[in-house]
Design a protein around this ligand. Structure first.
Ligand SMILES: Cc1ncc(COP(=O)(O)O)c(C=O)c1O
Length: 371
């Protein structure tokens, strides 16, 4: 965390992506130029995928053009067909990836502490048409991996995780991506570790990994013909170089964000109108977002605080709305916890070396707005 930096009048973004050290990136780029390969499963991509194995917890890691494609291809590779129970509180990409596969998202409620899929709500929605559960590690907070696996195993369902914001998160020391049948992560520039745009699928199933490799490259088989209905979801060599470089600084980025998030919590959590989502003791979090829930009794305050910060040139995000509800999705039961979260969640500016004075300024304005 820096003590100097942004000045009072400068716009404060929601996140400032970490960038690779230029000498390191130059050396990786030199190696790409020498190889003569810019994309199509090149040597830099292979190095990146190998480096990700330990971080993600499986030997099968297939990098993709972005996290949305990773989720789309994971579901396709597992041959899902029918209804998929998923979270009513998530980024639209979760729902869109399912719809692009012709799957029917069935929205279940989330649990109140970390806003991740509630196994009890899922259990009430399982029917003979259900083929899978797609749970989200919302804001990087792990879903109930044990409860969901128990349900999936009992009913013979595939269990897929939209782990888009969860790189670097561990549950009892195990990478959160090492659970279920597959996880899809995002390496978008806003994430704790990125490739500008990018993503990856990791899975314990060799055949699913092979299928994702094929599907990301137009479904082309060994002899160059399209064996199945794929797409172009390849990650190129330059993206892989950025990823390789930033993977080395992931721990530093997470440590910086943890420190910064703790400052917000220290400055604001004595206010009865604010509650921060915070990792449990079993979880080593990645502090991907500073997620505040803002509410005075029954009245949500997130819109008000968002507007006040905006007037002072400070970006914040009202994740997530329910705009996709009803568009090809089913929501058979009420989802009161997700509905409340959609009203009162506000993400505050956070990145690894966010200046302390910026944190103080944001916290001061938030405190003023809610009191
Ligand atoms: C929960 C969730 N799923 C999917 C995505 C999509 O990832 P990408 O932007 O890499 O396509 C995001 C992006 O932020 C996300 O938060």
């Amino acid at each position: 965390m820096k003590d100097d930096g942004l000045h009072g009048s400068e716009r404060v973004p929601l996140v400032r992506p970490r960038v690779p050290a230029s000498d390191e990136l130059t050396s990786l780029l030199d190696s790409i130029w020498r190889s003569g390969r810019l994309t199509n499963d090149g040597p830099m991509l292979r190095r990146f995928e190998a480096a990700l194995q330990k971080e993600l917890g499986w030997d099968n890691v297939v990098a993709t053009a972005n996290g949305t494609m990773a989720l789309q291809l994971a579901c396709r590779a597992l041959r899902l067909d029918g209804e998929v129970i998923t979270s009513a509180f998530t980024f639209p990409a979760t729902i869109q990836a399912l719809r692009w596969n012709g799957l029917v998202p069935v929205l279940a409620d989330v649990e109140p502490r970390w806003l991740t899929l509630d196994p009890a709500s899922v259990a009430a929605l399982i029917t003979p048409r259900t083929c899978a559960i797609v749970a989200v590690h919302a804001f990087g907070h792990p879903a109930d991996v044990t409860g969901l696996q128990t349900l999936a195993s009992r009913h013979g369902l595939a269990l897929v995780y939209d782990a888009a914001p969860a790189v670097g998160v561990r549950v009892d020391g195990v990478p959160v991506t090492a659970f279920g049948d597959a996880s899809a992560v995002s390496f978008h520039a806003t994430k704790v570790m990125h490739t500008v745009e990018g993503g990856a699928v990791c899975t314990p199933h060799d055949d699913a990994a092979e299928a994702v490799r094929r599907l990301r490259n137009f479904g082309l088989g060994e002899w160059g013909g399209a064996e199945e209905y794929g797409t172009n979801a390849k990650m190129n060599e330059l993206q892989a170089a950025v990823g390789l470089s930033l993977l080395r600084t992931l721990d530093a980025e997470v440590a910086g964000r943890a420190q910064a998030a703790a400052v917000y919590r220290e400055l604001l959590s004595n206010l009865p109108t604010i509650r921060f989502l915070w990792p449990s003791d079993a979880v080593s979090g990645n502090y991907a977002y500073a997620v505040a829930r803002l509410r005075a009794g029954a009245a949500p305050l997130a819109d008000k605080v968002h507007a006040v910060l905006g007037r002072h040139g400070i970006d914040s995000r009202r994740y997530f709305s329910h705009r996709y509800r009803g568009r090809g999705t089913l929501c058979p039961h009420p989802t009161p916890v997700a509905d409340a979260a959609a009203e009162d969640v506000l993400c505050l500016p956070l990145w690894g070396d966010i200046p302390r004075r910026t944190l103080m300024r944001v916290a001061g304005l938030v405190a003023e707005a809610v009191s």
